[in-house]
Design a binder for this molecule. Structure first.
Ligand code: ZN
Length: 471
């Protein structure tokens, strides 16, 4: 017998047709959505705005075998946990397609700076202070934050990944771990070997947590190094996750020095291939988009980070027109401040409008699918829809707050009005992780105390950064 979860009285928005299902019951079993049945009509408030008051008394009896419109039950009766959702909206969990999760510990330490000063005078100095335990704590904090704001999967690119892995196991979030390696500096070989050891040890340990190779970027990895990483990807059957074409100056410098764009260099070295996650590609050119599309790679768009660096560019309309798969990312909390994909989606829409000076740019139909688009970029099958057989990574949104009333258009409300207070229930891989803003297993009070105690140690200054950013 397998335990199941029954979400009672949800409405399911369809992000392709922009329609909403009747009130339904959804059964989750073995990490998948196994059945969706309509709830009895009398459980639905006719105005749709105060379902909560009449749901418990009038809700259908899901234990009545064969009753008309009864909730679906597993064929082999196992224990089923029922969660009353009071007419909330059931949506797929958001995907954070590019993050440095442990950087939650550096939140708020580098504001109002150019990218050069942000890296060289702050972040790459503070990061030298981080211990393995800090990476664990920062990743656990970021994971709890993501789950509580409706993000159920993350592609993480960072250091000391065995400690991040431990945090992902504990938090319950779905994750891909790419140990970051620089291709320059005195520790290149040692870092590369250490990352390979991590990948070999953790590659098949947990279905929920995958691993990838994580070369940092073309500007900090020579072509010979990128070729080596690509050959390891072949050998181990793993994907790659890398930064590319983040700023206009990076692309201009690459063309000046090599005659090629950074994306072209990734293609030439074998790094750009099916399944590769490209963080940013913000200044990808038309030919770059063609290359990305032709190989089947995907892009993580981190709109809030770009706007904080005062870098407004029409990436999104061009990327969507090119057909490349796009997901949203938070990058690290030192630039993005939060780990909230709903917020990044809102910023992506605003950035598209500002960069093109057109209010019609970044419409709901273009931006809302990006919330879950990272599922395709990460190669998670059957992700991002609510239907039988789909991965049971999902979120129930409640609308009983002023910011979601009166509820003319749930799609507009999700993009432009939603706050963390509307995240009611979060389920990952069929397991209930968050209820009413509270993580159900992590002791968050103790966690907040521990990360607070690390603040002064992390802010110590050294003589120089771990690398030099000069693009
Ligand atoms: Zn990044």
């Amino acid at each position: 017998m397998t335990a199941g979860t029954l979400l009672r009285n949800v409405r399911i928005p369809n992000f392709e047709e922009f329609s909403v299902s009747p009130l339904s019951h959804v059964l989750i079993k073995d990490g998948r959505i196994s059945g969706i049945d309509p709830a009895r009509p009398d459980t639905r408030d006719r105005t749709g705005d105060r379902v909560r008051d009449n749901a418990p008394d009038n809700a259908p009896d899901s234990t009545t075998e064969g009753a008309p419109h009864s909730a679906p039950r597993p064929v082999e009766e196992g224990p089923v946990t029922e969660i009353e959702c009071d007419g909330g909206y059931l949506v797929p969990g958001c995907v954070n397609t590019h993050a440095h999760t442990a950087m939650t510990l550096l939140r708020g330490t580098a504001e109002d700076l150019s990218p050069e000063d942000w890296f060289n005078r702050r972040i790459w100095i503070y990061e030298k202070n981080l211990t393995p335990e800090d990476v664990y704590l920062g990743t656990l904090l970021g994971s709890v934050e993501m789950l509580c704001n409706g993000t159920t999967a993350v592609a993480d690119h960072y250091f000391m990944m065995e400690n991040a892995y431990r945090a992902y196991r504990e938090s319950g979030i779905r994750a891909d771990c790419a140990p970051a390696v620089f291709g320059v500096g005195e520790f290149v070989e040692a870092e590369l070997q250490r990352s390979l050891e991590f990948l070999r040890e953790f590659r098949n340990k947990d279905d929920r947590i995958t691993v990838s190779l994580g070369p940092h970027s073309p500007y900090l990895c020579p072509e010979s190094f990128l070729q080596r990483v690509a050959s390891y990807a072949d050998e181990m059957g793993l994907r790659m996750h890398i930064h590319v074409s983040e700023t206009r100056s990076q692309v201009e410098k690459s063309i000046r020095e090599t005659g090629r764009t950074p994306v072209q260099i990734l293609y030439d070295t074998g790094v750009l291939r099916s399944g590769t996650i490209l963080a940013h590609a913000y200044y990808a050119e038309e030919h770059d988009f063609s290359l990305i599309h032709s190989v089947g790679a995907g892009v993580a768009h981190c709109a809030k980070t770009y706007m904080k660096f005062a870098d407004f560019h029409d990436f999104l309309p061009r990327a969507r027109a090119s057909g490349v798969p796009v997901g949203l990312g938070t990058d690290g909390a030192a630039s993005n401040n939060t780990m909230n994909i709903f917020e990044v989606a809102r910023d992506a829409a605003l950035l598209a409008k500002a960069a093109t000076a057109s209010p019609e740019a970044g419409p709901l139909s273009q931006v809302l699918p990006l919330l879950f688009g990272g599922g395709q970029v990460l190669g998670i099958e059957n992700y991002g829809t609510i239907c039988p057989g789909a991965v049971a990574d999902c979120v129930v949104l409640s609308c009983d707050t002023p910011n979601m009333q009166p509820g003319h258009d749930i799609f507009a409300d999700i993009l432009y009005s939603l706050s963390d207070r509307n995240i009611r229930t979060v389920i990952v891989d069929g397991l209930h992780c968050v209820q009413d803003g509270r993580h159900l297993t992590v002791d968050t009070e103790a966690l907040y105390r521990e990360v607070s105690e690390r603040k002064s140690y992390i802010m110590r200054h050294h003589d120089g950064p771990m690398q030099v950013y000069d693009t």
